[in-house]
Design a protein around this ligand. Sequence first.
Ligand SMILES: Nc1nc2c([nH]c(=O)n2[C@H]2C[C@H](O)[C@@H](COP(=O)(O)OP(=O)(O)OP(=O)(O)O)O2)c(=O)[nH]1
Length: 135
Amino acid sequence: MKPILNVVAGIVFNAHGEILLSSRPEGKAYAGYWEFAGGKIEAGETHLAALKREFFEELGVQIHDASAWLSPCYEYEHAIVNLHFYLVQAGQWAGEIQAKEGQNFTWRKPNQVADLPILPANYEIIQALCDLNFN
Ligand SMILES: Nc1nc2c([nH]c(=O)n2[C@H]2C[C@H](O)[C@@H](COP(=O)(O)OP(=O)(O)OP(=O)(O)O)O2)c(=O)[nH]1
């Protein structure tokens, strides 16, 4: 049976309305694909605590606050993943971004990611972000 993963990911905005994407490090499933920073929620951890921990571990960024957004479930070859996406507005985080795990990162408008390989579960998230910008 496939493992079930509970994952939190943060959609961080800057003051220009761009979102932060990072590439998945070598050695992980879908290495080199672009995702929102985040990771598995540990036992007993709240979503916000997991988000804060993952952002600090991966990017050296401090998340002060975030709002729960979409929570899709996606079945991959390697696992069934319950994803919890949080929106993090420009005033809700601080710090200089450092790629602590050797990953790349980029800031993009949600409608400017067509050239990047992104995780399959994230297509609907990017689409929903594009729709947000037009409503
Ligand atoms: N972080 C993140 N994971 C995502 C996104 N979209 C998506 O489908 N996933 C999936 C890919 C993985 O199967 C799972 C995250 O697990 P992971 O193995 O990267 O988590 P982790 O950073 O805690 O990794 P680990 O080193 O502790 O194993 O969620 C996303 O935008 N961000």
